[in-house]
Design a protein. Structure first.
Length: 115
């Protein structure tokens, strides 16, 4: 009897996490980055190791920089794109802030057509 109960409990416990809730494949309310059309600066941040921890930290660091309006972190490409106010944003200071937080290989990404 105890074996049956134990086996039943094992099966129930194993299946408990298997439920699947389908979510829509298209976001009903997509958030658009830089809807205002501000100038952007892109950074390569190859030291990001995970989207939740590192990606979030990169976004926080860049949002703290003067002149930053919005930040979009794309973990898959290890890129952070920043919408900025050109009169107050300092890309060198942003890179220094990333480096200070262990993202040591962060650089400006070259724009299309730049060497």
């Amino acid at each position: 009897m105890h074996c049956r109960v134990a086996c039943l409990m094992f099966v129930v416990a194993s299946l408990a996490g298997c439920g699947r809730i389908d979510s829509p494949s298209v976001d009903v309310n997509p958030v658009q980055f830089n809807a205002a059309g501000a100038p952007t600066v892109a950074f390569s941040v190859p030291d990001m190791m995970c989207p939740e921890g590192c990606g979030t930290k990169v976004k926080e660091i860049l949002l703290e920089q003067p002149g930053v309006k919005e930040v979009l972190v794309e973990f898959e490409t290890k890129t952070a794109t920043v919408a900025v106010d050109e009169t107050t944003f300092d890309s060198d200071a942003a890179i220094a802030a990333l480096v200070d937080h262990q993202f040591e290989h962060s650089t400006l990404k070259a724009e299309a057509g730049e060497p």
